[in-house]
Design a protein. Structure first.
Length: 357
């Protein structure tokens, strides 16, 4: 048998100059989709565009503007928008760097936040998306990899002027965006909690502990670990945001950020709990398999124990000695079978009383 060797991966360091924009994600969009929402207490305007220049006229107005950009692979459009809003080259680099962990950075004219958006689509699979957020005095820029997010309820609140969002500034819009992200974390965690509980229930049913369960447990473990890497750093981000002296964040918004910090702590605690549950699932599976093997060995041992004395008796009378008195008896054969049968019944009764059967 010839064992085919696995192709060895090649690892190459991308030692690019600082500030170089290089998108390494998998989501490709042919055209940059720009969504612009300009609002105030008595004003609301929303439209979509494919031209990045349409987002240039909303800086320095009396309204708050939310500009949402879909398509990180279109680097030239993002660079053009960055030049207009005077974004630092390192900020532009992190916007398109999908491997960047969640973080917060404070610049002279804006606040930069990176986080991961997690959501479950109709295919019941967990999707990850790299999202960057820039908060200025009267604007908020969000950069997403592709179309589709968790902000539809927020868009509806802006359109219908529900709540206090239309009366607040850009810092409150930043909070509502992060709040939508964190609230959706709870939904994702709830789905994974149900999956873990379903698998745990199957494990308690001995017949369901089949060979596919280790793969299911490993898949859940990988997803939970990946989820933890995406969610856990956001705790530090929100904590720093709450304590920052940024001029764009008003004092009344910090109370909402404290509440958001409590939510992210709760999310992280749930993730850690489910991670421990998944580790215990594998131990539980191995215990069930071991118990099954012990039951099989128990049955085989009992069968062997029953036949040992019977085989001993049969072995004695199978020897070819002439001076064996039972050999000349007319009823010796039936007497010997009766003794063996009585011995069998006695051993079965004994095993039953010992609860070995």
């Amino acid at each position: 048998m010839v064992v085919k060797k696995k192709n060895k991966k090649s690892y190459k360091a991308h030692n690019l100059p600082p500030g170089t924009m290089a998108y390494r994600g998998k989501k490709q969009t042919a055209i940059t989709d720009i969504e612009i929402i300009n609002y105030s207490k008595d004003h609301y305007k929303s439209f979509n565009s494919k031209q990045v220049e349409d987002a240039f006229d909303f800086k320095g107005t009396d309204h708050v503007t939310w500009i949402n950009i879909n398509g990180l692979n279109n680097i030239s459009d993002i660079e053009t928008l960055g030049l207009h809003y005077n974004l630092h080259p390192l900020t532009l680099e992190d916007i398109v760097n999908t491997s960047q962990r969640p973080k917060i950075e404070e610049f002279e004219n804006y606040l930069f936040v990176v986080f991961k958006m997690l959501f479950i689509k109709n295919d019941d699979e967990l999707h990850y998306e790299h999202v960057s957020l820039i908060v200025g005095e009267d604007y908020v820029l969000t950069f997403q990899e592709a179309d589709g997010d968790v902000f539809n309820d927020l868009r509806e609140r802006l359109k219908l002027a529900k709540g206090r969002i239309r009366t607040q500034g850009s810092d409150y819009l930043m909070y509502t965006l992060l709040d939508a992200i964190v609230d959706n974390y709870f939904t994702v965690i709830e789905v994974f909690g149900d999956r873990i509980e379903d698998l745990e229930s199957l494990l308690f049913q001995a017949r369901q502990a089949d060979d596919s369960m280790p793969n299911q447990i490993q898949q859940l473990k990988r997803e939970i670990l990946k989820m933890r890497r995406s969610i856990y750093p956001l705790r530090e981000v929100i904590n720093r945001m709450e304590k920052t002296n940024c001029v764009f964040i008003e004092e009344k918004t910090t109370s909402y950020l404290r509440d958001l910090y409590d939510h992210i702590i709760q999310v992280n605690e749930s993730v850690d709990l489910y991670r421990e549950m998944i580790w215990s699932l594998m131990d539980m599976y191995m215990t069930i398999i071991s118990n099954k093997m012990n039951e099989i060995m128990k049955v085989l041992t009992i069968i062997a124990t029953i036949f040992i004395p019977l085989t001993f008796i049969a072995g004695i009378y199978g020897m070819n000695f002439k001076n064996m008195p039972e050999l000349n008896s007319n009823n010796g054969y039936f007497i010997l079978l009766g003794v063996m049968f009585v011995l069998l019944i006695f051993m079965l009764i004994y095993f039953r009383r010992k609860r070995w059967l």
